[in-house]
Design a protein around this ligand. Structure first.
Ligand SMILES: [Zn+2]
Length: 200
């Protein structure tokens, strides 16, 4: 059982979906570190990240996951690439890379390890792909966020607990990981988990 400090835009839905995604990717049980710090939106994650990290480290937590939606398709906010100038990207609040944006705020020192997940547009992009839906040319390019949410959950949108259950059920399907691995945004997420701190 691995305890992970999981910082996401909303504590109920996003955090649980992120936890199960991590669990599936690592093939080991993950529990979320419990704290009184609550998040409400991407800006709150960035603002509270240093405090969140400090408090978790003080309580012995050594694993961190930060999940932020990219909210920009591929026209704004490019997907992260190793050659990014993190400071410059992070400084561009409107159009810069969201991976760099949260990375600047969410530094953790060794021996702690950190992973950042940035689904393109929104988490529902990953959920639709995990469910095996063929979205052509790409959900990351041509769908608005509300469209993605409605397509996954239907209308009206169910309550948070129902959405969480539906999402988690899809992620746990046998072929979900395989489908997700075709997405560059998911590859970026999973590549960070190959190091010893996560696998050991
Ligand atoms: Zn970047």
């Amino acid at each position: 059982m691995l305890t992970v400090a999981i910082a996401t835009e909303f504590d109920d839905y996003d955090a649980e979906v992120s936890r199960v995604l991590l669990e599936q990717a690592l093939a080991r049980s993950v529990v979320r570190w419990q704290t009184s710090i609550r998040f409400n939106g991407d800006k709150s994650v960035k603002k509270l990240a240093p405090l969140y990290v400090r408090r978790a480290l003080a309580e012995g937590v050594r694993h961190f996951l930060f999940t932020i939606d990219n909210d920009g398709g591929q026209r704004r906010r490019p997907q992260h690439a190793p050659e990014h100038d993190e400071i410059a990207e992070a400084a561009d609040e409107r159009d810069g890379c969201r991976w760099c944006w949260i990375s600047r705020a969410a530094q953790v020192d060794s021996p702690a390890v950190r992973c950042i997940a940035v689904p393109v547009q929104t988490m529902e992009t990953w959920l639709l792909v995990a469910r095996g839906e063929a979205l052509s040319p790409s959900p990351e390019q041509c769908y608005h966020r509300p469209t993605l949410k409605k397509r996954f959950f239907g209308t009206p949108l169910p309550a948070t607990d129902v959405r969480t259950r539906l999402a988690v059920d899809v992620i746990r399907q046998p072929h979900a990981l395989h489908a997700l691995r075709g997405l560059r945004s998911f590859q970026l997420f999973e590549a960070q988990l190959g190091i010893e701190g996560w696998r050991g």
